[in-house]
Design a protein around this ligand. Structure first.
Ligand SMILES: Cc1cc2nc3c(=O)[nH]c(=O)nc-3n(C[C@H](O)[C@H](O)[C@H](O)COP(=O)(O)O)c2cc1C
Length: 397
């Protein structure tokens, strides 16, 4: 039996959970907990060597599991709502240069599984390239397993792969952009049916088929938190039908003022598109935060990161995003990529909170911060920025 395309996916419930295996100490589902905050807060984990910034300015940041676990556990203690890992496939040496930028990178699916027993409340989101040889049954089972291990705190960032070289690594011919999202649509519909069905499932799709397939346990909330990042028409149409959370990028590049002018219309368009499918989606953007006691110190830090850029790594990193058929980073300059992330937020704690308030006013529901020197920057953020976010009404007390 094949399922007709067209029915939008059910949403991750924003409600009290009745499933015992999903019940937190306070009985609130992780997404409901996050939604209590006017601005939800995530941390972009540094799973890749050099994280976001092709710069050799000294720092502690490491791609290692212990370092990432330290970041995730601390983010959880500080009350962050989610931590997130991206996935990439690079050849030997990564983006190269003196620093061998991103030469080592752990897999986010395995890392989020490892973080499940180490953390208590934070949502763990992993990226998976679903078109690199996966079957919906594999991922439905893996997702339900990690969701179970984390007691209902796992989310899936569905990516279709925008780099020809990655497809070639897997020995698969590159797939045309919009077709990738049609395939993702079928993949996710089948995965959801495996989570929903109480009986064995037999389906005949255009790309995948199953006979008497079954998944148990089911995800604690009937589905995992579904996420994707998109800017193109096809990517946003997929997001509107499947995602609970959509990663957006600034249509105007990393400059905060220009981003805040462009983002309201962008956010509105995405939410209207989802509503036309009968769904409510949240948008999330990833600011790169450089915060110090004074604006002068923060700007000096930004200058130091830029001054110590690794030119070869920066050229290769920038070229990846400037090329390809993805539409999310068209406006980002090479200099933007040396700092990394999306919108750049540089200043004192009060200025950073003001920038977050502007992103909220521009229609972003979540921010997911990335840092240059993760552990100390996260600690400073917890001590100096989070209390001001509460004072400003961006975070619930
Ligand atoms: C915050 C963010 C995280 C992303 N993470 C990944 C990733 O881990 N792996 C990947 O291949 N693509 C990643 N992407 C790229 C998206 O999957 C997608 O290719 C891109 O946003 C272009 O969207 P489009 O297909 O609508 O043009 C990410 C994009 C953003 C904005």
């Amino acid at each position: 039996m094949s399922e007709p395309a067209g029915a939008p996916a059910p949403q991750h419930p924003l409600r009290m959970s009745s499933a015992p295996e999903a019940t937190r100490a306070d009985g609130i589902s992780p997404l409901a907990r996050a939604a209590r905050h006017p601005l939800m807060l995530g941390l972009f984990l540094p799973l890749q060597q050099g994280a976001w910034s092709p710069s050799t300015w000294p720092r502690s940041t490491s791609w290692s599991f212990p370092y990432n676990a330290e970041c995730a556990v601390r983010a959880d203690e500080l009350g962050f709502d989610l931590v997130f890992g991206l996935a990439q496939w690079l050849g030997k040496g990564g983006y190269g240069g003196e620093m061998q930028f991103r030469a080592n990178a752990t897999d986010p699916l395995l890392v989020t599984a490892g973080l499940a027993p180490l953390t208590r409340n934070v949502i763990l989101i992993s990226t998976v390239h679903i078109l690199y040889g996966w079957h919906p049954l594999h991922l439905a089972k893996f997702a339900a397993s990690i969701d179970h291990m984390s007691r209902g705190r796992w989310g899936l960032n569905v990516v279709t792969g925008y780099k020809k070289s990655e497809y070639e690594m897997f020995g698969i011919p590159p797939i045309e952009h919009d077709l990738r999202y049609e395939m993702a649509d079928e993949f996710c519909r089948f995965m959801r049916r495996l989570w929903a069905e109480g009986e064995n499932l037999t389906v005949e799709g255009r790309w995948w088929r199953m006979k008497d397939a079954f998944v148990a346990p089911k995800p604690a909330h009937g589905t995992v938190l579904m996420v994707n990042a998109a800017s193109s028409g096809a990517g946003l149409a997929y997001a509107a039908r499947h995602s609970d959370l959509i990663f957006i990028t600034s249509p105007a590049g990393a400059d905060l003022d220009r981003a805040c002018e462009a983002l309201p219309a962008h956010n509105r368009r995405i939410k209207e598109l989802a509503r036309s499918c009968g769904r409510e989606v949240k948008t999330i953007i990833n600011p790169h935060v450089i915060c110090r006691e004074t604006e002068r110190e923060a700007r000096e830090q930004r200058r130091a990161i830029l001054a110590h850029q690794d030119p070869v790594a920066a050229d290769n990193f920038y070229a990846t995003f400037a090329g390809g058929d993805q539409a999310s980073w068209r406006a980002a300059t090479r200099e933007d990529w040396v700092i990394g992330g999306n919108v750049h937020v540089v200043g004192s704690p009060a200025q950073v909170v003001d920038a977050f308030a502007r992103l909220r006013a521009a229609g972003c529901d979540w921010i997911q911060v990335n840092f240059y020197d993760y552990v100390p920057d996260l600690e400073f953020f917890g001590a100096r920025v989070l209390p001001l976010m509460k004072q400003a009404g961006l975070r619930a007390a």
